[in-house]
Write a protein that binds this ligand. Structure first.
Ligand code: SF4
Length: 299
């Protein structure tokens, strides 16, 4: 870790490289998104973390308020039908996330008295909650001093603390560094601030170091590195099986029960591919067959 900042106020020695600058930079961003404003409601934090799993923050902003209006508490969400949840989720990417959030809400009501748990291990036992989401909810909503290792924090921590790209370090080393760097007095704000640096400035290619609050302490910048020359391309969504699944759920959320031939004609998709997509969605609990064999969102 770096030497204490020379301009730290007396009595307060900050051993976290760049902590003062990072906090000052984040202050202006702390109310950027609706889930950051007001009280730290664990349910709201849980919802926004699920929404952000596959969707950019800008799109989550519009959907978040509508979701909270429709499902203001974890109990209201738990009481809703899967079909209602899927309809409300449209436009937010992976429908499986919506079903997992719904199941998590039902587990919270059934096993935790309707209160989102604050313990990381208990959070991880909820449907759809992985190590990142558990740490994000625990730190932001409950102030648990645990680093929420997403790709942005991984990249920023590796670059600032070790002058390296994250895949040049062992995961255990990187986690230990990032955890030691975390500000335990406000871990939620710290996690969000480092994530924001990663998303807004410290991009995989061409990081914007000249605007970065961490530039004075960043080992990566000090060594003159400039990021990756190329980034692995994302698999194409257009024409993918995921696109067929998404189109099927979207269509069913707009209409009532529909037969497979009707859906194939409406979506311009081959019956065999559509039937396979329907089987997957039924297995995942998003769609069901009516007694007459039509498809509909699970009620
Ligand atoms: S100074 Fe540059 S490399 Fe270092 S954290 Fe900031 S943007 Fe990333």
């Amino acid at each position: 870790m770096a030497e204490p900042s020379p301009d730290a106020p007396s009595g307060e020695i900050d051993e976290r490289p760049g902590a003062r600058e990072l906090r000052a930079w984040y202050r202006g961003r702390a109310t950027l998104y609706p889930w950051r404003r007001g009280i730290r409601d664990p349910y709201r934090i849980l919802v926004c973390e699920f929404m952000a799993q596959q969707t950019q923050a800008a799109r989550v902003v519009g959907a978040f308020d509508a979701w909270i209006e429709r499902f203001p508490t974890v109990r209201v969400l738990a009481d809703a039908s899967p079909a209602d949840v899927l309809r409300a989720w449209q436009g937010l990417g992976y429908n499986r996330c919506a079903i997992a959030l719904h199941r998590a809400a039902r587990t919270i009501v059934a096993d935790h008295g309707g209160r989102v748990p604050g313990d990381v291990d208990v959070l991880r036992s909820l449907p759809g909650v992985g190590p990142y989401t558990a740490a994000a909810v625990a730190s932001i909503a409950f102030g648990v001093p645990v680093v929420a290792m997403d790709t942005n924090i991984r990249r920023v921590a590796a670059r600032v603390l070790r002058g390296a790209e994250p895949d040049e370090l062992s995961p255990a080393r990187l986690r230990a560094d990032a955890q030691a760097w975390l500000d335990p007095s406000d871990p939620g704000a710290w996690n969000q601030a480092v994530m924001d640096v990663g998303a807004a400035l410290c991009r995989p290619r061409s990081p914007r170091c000249g605007e970065c609050p961490l530039q004075a302490v960043c080992a990566f910048r000090a060594t003159g590195r400039r990021g990756r020359s190329s980034v692995r391309p994302q698999p194409a969504f257009e024409g993918s099986f995921r696109q067929v699944r998404g189109a099927l759920v979207r269509e069913l959320s707009r209409s009532g029960p529909r037969s497979l031939p009707e859906l194939a004609a409406q979506l311009g998709e081959g019956s065999a591919r559509l039937a396979e997509a329907a089987d997957h969605l039924i297995r995942d609990g998003l769609v069901e067959r009516t007694p007459s064999g039509e498809l509909r969102l699970r009620e």
